[in-house]
Design a protein around this ligand. Structure first.
Ligand code: AVJ
Ligand code: FE
Length: 433
């Protein structure tokens, strides 16, 4: 890509992110924007101004070397100074002020984008800092979408229903053991935790060709899965009791769930969503399986046995198109299993990208050779046993913020995010090729 192409792409991607942020915030009134819909979430107006503030810090001040727009508000939008639950009590910018602020910052960024040198500084090489800010805004847009799901009141977000299955997808794929290239050192906008590319070795395993559906998950519920500690780890069972879990979040226990303000019959062949890691772990144990490790997930998603190389996405190296995956909030639900045959991986594993984030068995840690870039607070401060990795992206994830190498993470008790899972297992004797 030439520098001109990078600038054109950055401008288009910044604009696409802002159109989405504005749609998510213009959809509700000022009271809805400033209220806290759940202690787990920020007020929508905090996310919106925080997006502008990060853009100011990184692009206006650092990359552009320009004067601050509003240095007085930095502390309000520093996620590490104030936990989500405390944010409503802060003297935040109001909705009108926040709109002016984000617009002012953006105008400065578009101005400096024309003249800034994209060479010589790792921060801006191939547009990295701009790509990081695009992804940051899109990640907060997904967070705002999760806040919309928690919001009470009539539906305000429009979307077409997801496509129906083309053909059923059942069973497991057998992935032979061996090494493959995991992570990336070449993807221009990959974040620090995806780097560097390194050789990972996995033993032979089987992985579900599709995420676990509502129908399958209902079987676990009906079998008394939530009442039997046998399927739960000690921490999982303690959480299940403490939190009073009886089924996925937003399920009503009568075959309906609420989605974005609509109460609807549960669609059986859609991937289950809004389950925490402990629920995924318990389901897998009940099914006689386990969660895939992160390396297994990535091998099933990216490795092409015909060439021996790892693809950018399951379907190949092309950027995600609508036919590949359910991404970008085009639909306000996961698509039923079998709806995206063109997105399958070489091993015939479907819907790895899009639909639901998939819990893996793995703790969030840096790869060998990890270097925090450009700041420790993006990833490194979260490394350790407290966070579990999710892969693949959801219907609410933008294509700019998901790749075969992209890593998301959260606490194992969290389920307000668009989280689902698929199972894996070791081969039985004689089953491995
Ligand atoms: C990668 C989704 C866990 O939302 O906490 C947003 C992304 N980092 N602002 C989060 C992020 C800083 C992050 N996740
Ligand atoms: Fe943020």
């Amino acid at each position: 890509m030439t520098d001109t192409d990078v600038r054109t792409l950055v401008a288009a991607e910044l604009d696409r992110a802002r159109v989405r942020s504005l749609a998510l915030t213009d959809a509700v009134d000022d009271d809805d924007l400033t209220r806290q819909h759940s202690p787990l979430m920020s007020p929508l107006v905090w996310d919106f101004a925080h997006v502008g503030n990060q853009e100011e810090l990184w692009l206006v001040r650092d990359v552009g070397g320009r004067e601050p727009v509003r240095a007085d508000i930095d502390h309000l939008y520093d996620a590490f100074q104030h936990p989500r639950a405390d944010r409503p009590a802060l003297p935040l910018l109001g909705p009108a002020e926040a709109r002016v602020y984000t617009r002012t910052v953006r105008d400065k960024v578009l101005d400096l984008l024309d003249s800034v040198t994209l060479e010589g500084r790792p921060l801006v090489e191939r547009g990295f800092a701009f790509g990081m800010i695009v992804q940051h805004e899109q990640q907060h847009d997904e967070t705002m979408l999760a806040t919309h799901q928690l919001r009470a009141g009539p539906p305000v977000l429009p979307a077409a229903p997801p496509p129906r299955p083309v053909a059923p997808v059942v069973g497991e794929a057998l992935i032979p053991g061996g090494s493959f290239s995991m992570g990336t050192s070449t993807e221009p906008w990959a974040l620090d935790n995806e780097r560097p590319a390194h050789t990972a070795r996995v033993g032979a395993f089987l992985i579900d060709r599709a995420p676990v559906t509502n129908a399958l998950y209902q079987e676990f519920v009906d079998a008394g899965g939530y009442d039997n500690p046998r399927w739960w780890s000690p921490d999982g069972w303690a959480h299940r009791k403490r939190a009073g879990l009886t089924g996925p979040m937003h399920w009503h226990g009568d075959g309906t769930y609420t989605r974005f303000g609509r109460r609807e019959p549960i669609v059986p062949d859609e991937p289950v969503v809004h389950v925490c890691w402990y629920e995924a772990e318990a389901y897998a144990a009940w099914a006689g399986k386990r969660l895939p490790t992160e390396a297994e997930w990535e091998k099933a998603a990216r490795f092409d046995p015909a060439t021996g190389r790892s693809r950018r996405y399951p379907w190949g190296d092309e950027d995600p198109a609508e036919r590949h995956a359910n991404l970008g909030q085009r639909h306000l639900a996961p698509a039923p299993v079998g709806a995206y045959p063109e997105g399958a991986s070489p091993y015939g594993v479907h819907q790895l990208i899009g639909d639901v984030w998939e819990w893996t068995a793995s703790d969030f840690r840096g790869y060998a050779g990890f270097a925090a870039f450009p700041y420790r607070e993006y990833s490194e401060v979260f490394f350790g046993p407290d966070y579990k990795v999710l892969r693949g992206g959801s219907f609410g994830t933008d294509r700019s913020a998901c790749r075969g190498t992209f890593r998301n993470w959260d606490y194992p008790i969290r389920r307000q995010i668009f989280s689902g899972f698929r199972c894996a297992r070791d081969p039985l004797p004689g089953e491995a090729a």
